[in-house]
Write a protein that binds this ligand. Sequence first.
Ligand SMILES: [Zn+2]
Length: 309
Amino acid sequence: MQSELRKDYLLNKYVLITPARARRPRDISEQTILHRDKKCVFCPAAVEKKLIVDEIGDKEGWQVLAIKNKYPAVTLTNKKAYGTQEVIIEMPEHGVEFSDLSVSDIENVLRMYQRRTAALSKPLPGGKKLDYILIFKNNGSKAGASILHAHSQVFATDIIPPDVQEEITAAQRYHTQFKRNAYEDIIKKECASKRFIYGDDLVAAFCPYASAFHYEAWLFPRRFIDNITELNRREITAFAKILKTILQKLNSLNISYNFFMHQIISNPHQYFYIKIQPRDSVWAGVELGSGIVINSVAPEDAAKFYRKR
Ligand SMILES: [Zn+2]
């Protein structure tokens, strides 16, 4: 395959797909997890009780814990950087990979995301509202993970990030023009393409046409929903399974990754989905200078890799 310049579905962003430069997956190696045996502030005995905001567990103790971020960049008392940040500790055990959790344990993590999204989207005293709730995970050193106890984070603010806003505006324009939901069309098209990874009647996963990251993957519910609280029981199970499968495949390459769930509360044009962005590629001169990203792993090849069992 020759190099090819591709435009994002909705954003005015470009990616240069250059598979000729690709390294083979087995040549990639990165130490993503170090010092598995150490203890940390997210271990059950060390968690400060006053930081706990929610927990899922049983008589034996918690299984998933939500705590306030002790060092937040935004707070509800700062008018100049307004918002709130929480940490979701995904399991009591230290040094276990998220993708090694059982499907039912991953379901509990997703349920905690639902509970925190519901709690944080309620109106606040003084009529303020957190309009944007981002749930994300940094896994591995290159993805920015600073603590090696499986956790994800919630970042909620009243500002909608420009890229997210631009995507929504483009989706609105698409709807006005074609009278159809842009994301439903993207899903339909990608599920019939070489970029398709997996799908059933509840979820669909594919590598996006203009993937900016090696092995980037997007996970959509088949049904249009606007935030994670609307996922039903069966959809939670379907997401837990596909998330586990894809992240296990990534771990087999030892690649750090981030995943993101952007949620704008009460916007009818936003389709809820999960973006998995591995951090294998290094953005250098072209990316930083021109804004055009070079990706040497074609999404068609990445999808093939994910499909291989
Ligand atoms: Zn720990």
